[in-house]
Design a binder for this molecule. Structure first.
Ligand SMILES: Cc1cc2nc3c(=O)[nH]c(=O)nc-3n(C[C@H](O)[C@H](O)[C@H](O)COP(=O)(O)OP(=O)(O)OC[C@H]3O[C@@H](n4cnc5c(N)ncnc54)[C@H](O)[C@@H]3O)c2cc1C
Length: 537
């Protein structure tokens, strides 16, 4: 990462030189002209600027839309910039402010509410997909990864350098490291090593004045904020330095399905008691959805126990017999593989492909198309009683494609304090729930129907999950829990959604925001608010 020092003071001077002008009908033309005139551009910028008349505009816009709910939105960006280097990002930040355009930064585009590419105000997308460089330092067990790189690219690159190093982040290979790491990052190594955000040791961010800052230059408050608080409120993250973690050369995976007729409910009841207490090398997620029953023409509920164990099958079987014998795990259900093999396996479970694909499949950015969807999240402190689970199953029968994922806590997650980084949800949780509904029918009526369904499920779950506040995971973005106003939003108002995502860390996030972006340029429907002078005291 060679691009630091020369930009620091220079960009501040440029920011002052280019003072703000209110938006006009020619806003986007003036914005583009501003980019072209911007001094100190390293690579020519004209090839990476897409206005609505550019023939590639639609394909660039659509390329990373991972939720078809937002495909045909009329509010499209005036311009898309796909930077090749830091100077392009700096120019975009400064020129957007000058011409009254908002910025939406997009890395992998997986935001469940499309906040990286949808806005109701005139805006520019800064799409980082060209910034995908990854440099692995095996000796020091670290890597630099640019924010536009995907998880699949990161995992693949690590595996090309070492068979015994890995990184604890999410499952889906197309997820971008820019959004994912800044919001937390759950994955199958989390019980042993925590979240992706727990394993970040440095970062490069460009602030509202166009300054490129590393950890030392940004200071510990901002570095704390971008590890869990989401990146979009604070600037544009260019790259992360991460700590790689040791993984054994052999790991074991399984995906065992059990229907109601095969005692799925009883097994889940037991799973709730043990999954967070088991050896921290084992991670067993439960995916629950409707399925065809073995009885002809009938439907049932099926729970898939999807697991990764950091060790061989001989060690796993006795562990499972001791803790969760109800699952009846057999050697033939298990596959021994490498860590990268386990990543391919987990992605195959997600997209329904073969588990024997070559690692290069992780480099395919267009493979995962999640359709039209809506998601929500919850955290559980006490096991859900059997009648609570049964009510949940009844709701699952109501839609074709609703799914629940239960992900266990425990291990390293219990050891890290709620305020160590800005990701707040640690103490006392036994598992986390991810609700998703996916549909194919086009149109507003269908969308309303499925959104109502997931809201009904969420309401139903109220007695069984965390409360005061009811915690939610910012990476499973949900605008139902509250949004900012279009204009000024007070801290109290933003707290309605803010404490759900960030608990007691929300106040410190707002303090950091006030310091680094006092005029609230980096804003969206759920960006961290600035504090007024009154609120600061
Ligand atoms: C199919 C699927 C699978 C998923 N699997 C997991 C999982 O296993 N574990 C898990 O924890 N989560 C998972 N997620 C959620 C995922 O972590 C979040 O959606 C994450 O924010 C996506 O990051 P992104 O860069 O792809 O998204 P984007 O839509 O590009 O960005 C998400 C947010 O971060 C901001 N942002 C993006 N890049 C930057 C940047 N460089 N600087 C500043 N702000 C930035 C955006 O503006 C937006 O607000 C999954 C989501 C989907 C759709």
């Amino acid at each position: 990462m060679k691009f630091l020092s020369s930009y620091f003071t220079f960009a501040t001077a440029i920011a002052i030189l280019f003072s703000f002008e209110p938006p006009s009908v020619d806003t986007h033309k003036n914005f583009v002209q501003c980019l072209y005139n911007y001094p100190h551009i390293t690579n020519s910028i004209s090839n990476v600027v897409y206005t609505q008349t550019n023939p590639s505009y639609s394909s660039i816009l659509g390329m990373s839309i991972r939720n078809s709910r937002f495909f045909n939105r009329s509010s499209k960006p005036q311009v898309i910039v796909t930077p090749l280097d830091v100077s392009h990002i700096q120019a975009t930040i400064i020129c957007s402010q000058r011409h009254g355009l908002q910025i939406r930064t997009r890395s992998g585009g997986h935001d469940y509410e499309g906040l990286s590419y949808v806005a109701e105000v005139p805006f520019v997308i800064l799409d980082l997909f060209n910034l995908q460089q990854i440099t692995v330092d095996v000796e020091n067990r670290t890597a630099w990864v640019q924010a536009g790189a995907t998880l699949g690219e990161l995992y693949y690159t690590i595996s090309q350098k070492s068979k015994t190093l890995g990184f604890p982040a999410g499952v889906c290979a197309t997820v971008g490291t820019g959004g994912h790491f800044s919001g937390g990052g759950y994955g199958s190594l989390m019980r042993k090593y925590g979240l992706a955000a727990d394993n970040i040791i440095d970062a490069h961010i460009i602030d509202v004045n166009g300054n490129l800052l590393d950890r030392k230059a940004m200071g510990e408050d901002l570095f704390w904020a971008i590890r869990g608080g989401g990146g979009a409120s604070f600037g544009v993250i260019v790259a992360w330095k991460i700590k790689l973690v040791p993984v054994p050369s052999t790991v074991t995976v399984f995906n065992v399905a059990r229907t109601l007729e095969e005692n799925a409910t009883e097994i889940i009841q037991k799973w709730q008691l043990v999954a967070n207490k088991m050896d921290e090398r084992i991670f067993i997620r439960v995916d629950v959805k409707k399925a065809n029953s073995s009885e002809h023409g009938k439907q049932t509920i099926q729970a898939n126990f999807v697991s990764m164990f950091q060790g061989g099958v001989e060690e796993l079987i006795p562990l499972m017999q001791k803790s969760l014998p109800e699952l009846g795990l057999d050697r033939k259900d298990c596959t021994e593989t490498s860590w990268i093999g386990s990543v391919i396996f987990a992605n195959a479970v997600l997209v329904g492909s073969s588990v024997n694909e070559a690692p290069e499949v992780l480099l395919n950015r267009t493979r995962f198309r999640p359709g039209i969807n809506k998601a929500k999240s919850d955290y559980v402190r006490k096991p859900i009683p059997v009648e609570g689970l049964q009510g949940l199953w009844r709701l699952l029968y109501e839609v074709p494609d609703g799914e629940l994922q239960f992900a266990p806590y425990g291990g390293r997650m219990d050891e890290i304090s709620d305020s160590e980084i800005s990701f707040a949800h640690r103490s006392g949780y036994i598992f986390h729930i991810h609700y998703v509904v996916v549909w194919e029918e086009e149109g507003d009526e269908a969308a309303q129907r499925y959104m109502n369904w997931i809201r009904k499920v969420y309401k139903y779950m109220e007695p069984y999950v965390s409360n005061s506040p009811r915690a939610a995971y910012v990476n499973y973005r949900d605008l139902d829990i509250g949004i900012n106003n279009n204009g000024y939003t007070s801290y109290d108002q933003a707290s309605i959604w803010g404490v759900k995502y960030f608990g007691n860390n929300f106040r410190r996030l707002a303090t950091v925001k006030t310091k680094v972006d006092p005029h609230n340029f980096f804003k969206n429907e759920q960006s961290i608010p600035t504090l007024s002078a009154e609120e600061e005291n």
